[in-house]
Design a protein around this ligand. Structure first.
Ligand code: NAD
Length: 956
């Protein structure tokens, strides 16, 4: 710990090592990780540790000794913070805690709950504690200091629990569904607690869960059965900017309830997580960014609590002496009885402090975690971080000679820090003025309401007709495309005209006529149109998402992401175009050089249905911002959302003819579009089969052709995720599920092969399967749905054929079930897991585009990479590993366009993860990346000799 505090690089490696250690099964593996983690920071290690690393390198016996040593040290550390792993150990531990004069609250540590089975197990543990603990504790003699408050006796058994562990999908976007499921498991716990006289505290986790946690708490405690129950509590996290409002709402509620509850006031344990996640999602940071602000807020809220102690019984959870002393002093000032509130401190941290407050006559409760060591490690690392953080009070009090006056100082701003942060922000934005459009935070009620409203509004427009649109003129055709809602085929989302051969020609001619006018507009002006499209999409954001919910069966989150990506493409390509316009000077005296771009001409954009707005928008706006004109052909499964895009182009005043909307069946109108001699460029995204055909047809030239077409095709994938033996299982299971089953596996980036290293094969499947079983299948317009139908009946039939093949040739581990309504639709496919699939099996080679996961066993990591590379595709790939050497190997040897380490392999963001593959996955450079626009342009160079008769003008 002392080394870790002294050197940040060692701290990072040490905590990462502690984090991975429980997953390492043998000494060889521990020894290998020790070397991998510490070799790069060796020079920072004390000599003894350096020596140990050096002499154990390759030496079997010494290596084993080092491994044993590392493991027993970590175990000792874990024992310091985690009270026990079973009920006997826990009972012993709490008896000791009471002997020392403290009260306790128990908290079960655990793996992330990702399945109903796990949620049931969590509930059972608590019911078991409720059954067994009170007898042994209530037999003890009463200790007034810990067993009573100003009103009388209080429960001796006190349990803390997390609501997210009572549900397989604690989902704030679906408060109703989540509340029902959580309460189903919570009520029996509350009931037993009332009967047994046990206190139940609901813990707080990440802020995304906060509102729903409060709502469930308040809802259940207003039920008749529980309304009189006083022995319950909840947490208020002072580091949240919303904490004061949260506390005031609670106060208002408790006045209505008329029975008090306890509030544990803490600063909050997820600060790093909250700031990092908010940054990655471009969401506002929910926590105060300066430590002193949280400290100050803690004091403010402590005062609120003490003023209302008869309604909200205060429990102050902190190790900061200043914060605790503040509470003591304020209580004295407000004449709050000494036993009307309590202090709470963590097991294994700052024991002397806890002692001091007991000696002063206060009730001190020890927050006591218990559970298996493996899942407990996340908790352990958090505690280690807290102990070693630069801002940690404990660190200050133990490690450094800070004066008491300094430590007890009122929390206020240090101005220097503030100025620094603004400086860096300013420079960062100057470099590249693009920020990703944030995804909608559906934990916010107003966003959920807006989405419901939009769905309603869209329902009101079902069945409308949309004509072909060429040069601003509408053309209605006899033949129509009927767009049906995939998850409810009785719904006609809309009807569009379907282009005829005359209209194809008309559209191409129109685009050609519009070309010179459009190309002569300067680039900045064209980019402005893209900004306008982005703004319009932003203002119609929920509505556009709602169209995709119904037309493409996209669950809320997916539909929302699609709109955000469309907005990103507009803003990003606008920014890129402006940058590309800036000429760089290569002039010399007597020679003037100019390098610039011309548009290629008429572009045909052919898009797929699976990102019906984002991809269509991306290809189209890339073509127009570079000065080309466009014939836009959406997929026949998603022509309505494309008509909405056309509507947007018109509403922002894009000149007629620059984009022409040409819906139709691909096989029917595609070939003519592709072969036309008047087309200069084709931007296609879709299947390999069609992409290759387009590439071939576009290459043909005849006497009518005046050039060779430029072809950009983004095609399919057969993407793999590798699970290494030391993977973080919580994260890996979640990541695989997200990658394989979000949008029913219908993303080109979706994981369809799971390659697991032998050593962890069975263990991983044991966690994966129940999590897959717990996925919620349903209509896409329901906020709780994780998996809806696939796009159409044709697609379902194709996927079902693969299921048949898999059932014949491989082993089916799990097949999900559909209800009768879903079966009737003939578009639903439940998730399937096939195991022991061979590398060369059809299931491991062909793109299936559905919720089917083929699982392959690999001997070791190297073989896993070999298997991953053994298809014709090279689009995305993923690796879950905590071995620095293996991660490095993956970077070098895993042949894909987009590689994701320790995260899902879907969800690329414009600019941050430019997207696209090679081999049979595509020709062309990455969409959403800086090379993309070049494909739509012809670079030209002009050189002028400016010297006349020996006289050269001065350079400007
Ligand atoms: P698809 O190939 O069936 O259709 C794509 C488009 O091509 C549609 O507009 C369709 O009407 C049109 N089309 C069909 N036949 C044509 C022909 N003969 N000539 C010209 N156009 C024709 O693909 P899809 O089912 O819409 O989309 C799913 C496929 O797209 C998957 O294979 C997926 O991997 C791929 N995809 C790739 C990426 C990527 O970036 N690499 C992104 C999304 C989807």
């Amino acid at each position: 710990m002392a080394w870790a505090m002294a050197d940040e690089s060692i701290k990072v490696q040490m905590f990462r090592f502690v984090d991975v250690l429980p997953m390492l099964r043998d000494y060889e593996s521990i020894n290998r990780h020790l070397h991998e983690y510490f070799e790069d920071v060796q020079q920072h290690l004390p000599w003894a540790a350096r020596l140990a690393l050096n002499i154990t390198d390759g030496n079997h016996i010494l290596g084993r000794a080092l491994a044993i040593n590392a493991r027993s040290n970590a175990r000792r550390m874990a024992e310091r913070f985690i009270a026990g792993s079973n009920i006997e150990e826990v009972t012993q531990a709490v008896l000791k805690i009471r002997d020392a004069g403290f009260a306790f609250t128990l908290d079960q540590l655990g793996e992330a709950v990702l399945s109903d089975k796990q949620a049931d197990a969590y509930q059972q543990t608590y019911l078991h504690l409720l059954e067994n603990l009170p007898a042994s504790l209530n037999a003890l003699p009463e200790s007034l200091q810990v067993d009573a408050n100003h009103l009388g006796s209080i429960p001796r058994v006190n349990l803390s629990l997390k609501l997210s562990a009572l549900d397989a999908h604690f989902n704030p976007a679906d408060p109703k569904g989540t509340t029902n499921r959580v309460l189903h498991r919570l009520r029996p716990i509350l009931r037993a607690a009332m009967e047994q006289g046990v206190f139940i505290n609901i813990d707080m986790e990440q802020s995304y869960y906060k509102d729903l946690t409060y709502n469930i708490f308040c809802e259940v405690l207003m039920e008749k059965e529980f309304r009189q129950f006083v022995d319950v509590g909840i947490v208020c996290q002072a580091y949240l900017k919303s904490a004061e409002d949260d506390l005031n709402s609670l106060l208002k509620w408790v006045k209505k309830r008329k029975t008090p509850v306890t509030v544990r006031l803490v600063k909050g344990a997820y600060w790093d997580y909250e700031t990092v996640i908010a940054g990655l999602r471009s969401w506002p940071v929910p926590v105060f960014e300066q430590k002193w602000e949280s400290d100050a807020n803690f004091e403010k809220l402590a005062t609120v609590l003490l003023k209302n102690y008869e309604l909200l019984s205060p429990a102050f959870g902190s190790h900061n002496l200043r914060s605790l002393s503040f509470a003591v002093a304020t209580a004295e000032q407000l004449k709050v009885p000494k036993d009307a509130f309590e202090f709470q401190m963590l097991y294994g941290m700052g024991t002397e402090q806890a002692q001091v407050f007991t000696e002063l006559g206060y009730r001190v409760r020890i927050y006591t975690p218990f559970g298996e060591r493996i899942p407990g490690m996340a908790y352990l690392v958090r505690r280690l971080l807290e102990n070693t953080s630069n801002d940690s009070f404990l660190r200050h009090s133990y490690q450094e000679d800070l004066r008491i006056e300094e430590m007890m100082k009122e929390p206020t701003a240090s101005e220097k820090k503030n100025m620094n942060t603004t400086d860096t922000e300013a420079t960062e934005t100057e470099v590249f003025p693009f920020v990703n459009e944030p995804l909608t935070d559906f934990s916010q009620e107003e966003n959920r309401d807006a989405m419901q409203e939009a769905l309603e509004q869209v329902r009101g427009q079902f069945g409308e007709e949309y004509p072909v649109m060429i040069s601003g003129k509408s053309y209605e055709t006899r033949q129509q495309l009927t767009s049906r809602c995939p998850f409810d085929q009785d719904i006609v989302v809309g009807r569009t005209s379907s282009a005829t051969s005359e209209l194809i020609e008309e559209a191409i001619d129109t685009a050609r006529r519009a070309l010179s006018g459009w190309a002569s507009i300067d680039a900045d002006h064209r980019a402005e149109y893209l900004d306008l499209v982005a703004s319009e999409m932003q203002s119609r954001r929920f509505e556009l998402a709602a169209w995709m919910v119904y037309e493409s069966a996209k669950p809320w989150k997916e539909a929302d992401g699609d709109v955000a990506e469309a907005i990103d493409f507009c803003r990003y390509y606008a920014t890129q175009m402006r940058l590309m316009e800036q000429s760089f000077d290569t002039d010399l005296p007597g020679e003037e050089n100019e390098y610039f771009y011309r548009p290629r001409g008429v572009a045909v954009v052919i898009a797929p249905w699976n990102f019906p707005l984002a991809i269509l928008t991306g290809m189209t706006v890339a073509a127009i911002v570079t000065g080309n004109t466009v014939v836009m052909k959406p997929a026949e499964q998603s022509p309505v959302i494309a008509a909405k895009l056309m509507e947007i182009f018109r509403s922002i005043g894009l000149p007629d003819g620059v984009v022409n909307y040409l819906p139709g069946i691909g096989e029917e109108i595609g070939p003519d579009l592709v072969a036309s001699p008047n087309v200069d460029l084709i931007a296609f995204t879709g299947s390999r089969e069609v992409g290759l055909e387009i590439n071939q047809r576009a290459a043909e030239t005849g006497s009518a052709h005046h050039g060779v077409k430029r072809v950009i095709t983004e095609m399919g994938g057969k993407n793999a995720i590798i699970i290494d033996e030391d993977a973080d299982l919580d994260e890996a299971v979640l990541g695989v599920i997200e990658s394989a089953f979000s949008f029913s596996g219908q993303k080109c980036s979706a994981c369809s092969r799971l390659i697991i290293v032998e050593k962890i094969y069975d263990q991983f499947l044991k966690r994966l399967q129940p999590a897959v079983e717990s996925l919620q299948i349903g209509p896409a317009d329901h906020p709780g749905t994780q998996l809806s139908s696939v796009i159409d009946t044709e697609s379902r039939i194709r996927i079902a054929e693969y299921i048949d093949i898999g059932t014949d040739e491989n082993e089916l581990l799990y097949a999900g079930e559909l209800d009768s309504k879903q079966k009737k639709q003939r578009t639903f496919i439940a998730p399937h897991l096939f195991v022991d699939v061979d590398v060369n099996d059809q299931l491991a080679q062909e793109e299936i585009f559905g919720p089917i996961l083929s699982i392959i066993k690999a001997k070791d990591f190297s073989e896993a990479i070999k298997i991953a590379n053994s298809t014709d595709y090279a689009l995305t790939g993923g690796v879950y590993s905590r071995s620095p050497v293996n991660l490095k190997k993956a970077r070098k040897d895993f042949l894909v366009g987009n590689l994701y380490l320790n995260r899902p392999c879907t969800g690329a963001l414009v600019n941050r993860q430019p997207f696209g593959g090679f081999r049979m996955s595509g020709i062309g450079s990455k969409s959403g990346g800086s090379d993309y626009l070049h494909q739509f342009l012809i670079p030209v160079n002009v050189t002028e000799n400016t010297m006349r008769r020996g006289f050269a003008p001065e350079e400007e």
